[in-house]
Design a protein around this ligand. Structure first.
Ligand code: SF4
Length: 219
């Protein structure tokens, strides 16, 4: 039996600014696009991620969904989730075998129409999504938008689960900071203004902190 691996840049147990409700987040490693001003530059190379067994990620997600006040789903970000479609399809199926109501939202730098014309693996991932944020980030179209950076990107309800979000307020969900017990910290969310990351990192650097790709605090 082969072990399916997903190349992961990082994960987050708990997030309320990247999709509806409280969600786990997986940032996959690797993206074939190079959007100018991409806020996740460290996730772009296909080398350098951590290979994580799908079975291990399944246990993690199921566990997060079972605790009181746990997550209602996962958001797949990156990097480009559709570059690892087969592993993500397996992950969704194994989680939903145990938690049928587990929701899935994904980002893609590709437009929905292009994904529909893609290979069977990409279409299989599309079939399993409740929400898709599609299209490349375009810095000149940056705005304070819910869950996405630029106005060309669309929020598409691919199931009935979250169809209601399309009628809700469409302003930035903000940024969340999280601090781990080991002193490391990270941020998540889509900045409401362009250049946020550079300004934030400069602000931290002036106070002796460096935000690495792994979002780790300098000792
Ligand atoms: S598609 Fe997303 S991850 Fe890829 S370069 Fe564009 S903004 Fe960055």
């Amino acid at each position: 039996m082969t072990t399916t691996l997903l190349s992961v840049a990082r994960t987050l147990d708990n997030c309320t600014v990247l999709g509806p409700g409280t969600r786990a987040v997986i940032w996959v490693q690797g993206c074939p696009l190079r959007c100018r001003g991409c806020v996740a530059a460290e996730t772009l190379p296909f080398e350098g991620g951590t290979p994580r067994p799908v079975a291990e990620l399944t246990e993690w997600l199921v566990g997060l969904s079972q605790v009181a006040g746990g997550v209602e789903g996962v958001t797949l970000s990156g990097g480009e989730p559709f570059s690892q479609a087969a592993a993500l399809v397996e992950l969704i199926d194994t989680v939903r075998a145990r938690r049928p109501d587990f929701s899935v939202m994904a980002y893609s730098g590709f437009r929905y129409e292009a994904l529909c014309r893609g290979d069977a693996g990409r279409r299989a991932l599309l079939d399993r999504l409740d929400l898709l944020i599609d299209g490349p980030y375009v810095a000149s179209k940056h705005g304070s938008l819910r869950w996405r950076g630029s106005a060309n990107q669309r929020v598409l309800a691919l199931s009935d689960r979250y169809a209601h979000v399309l009628t809700e307020s469409d302003t930035s969900a903000g940024i969340e900071l999280s601090l781990a017990t080991d002193g490391s910290f990270a941020w998540a969310g889509v900045p409401p203004t362009s250049g946020f990351r550079e300004g934030f990192e400069a602000h931290l650097a002036a106070r002796g902190f460096v935000l690495h790709a792994e979002a780790r605090r300098e000792p």
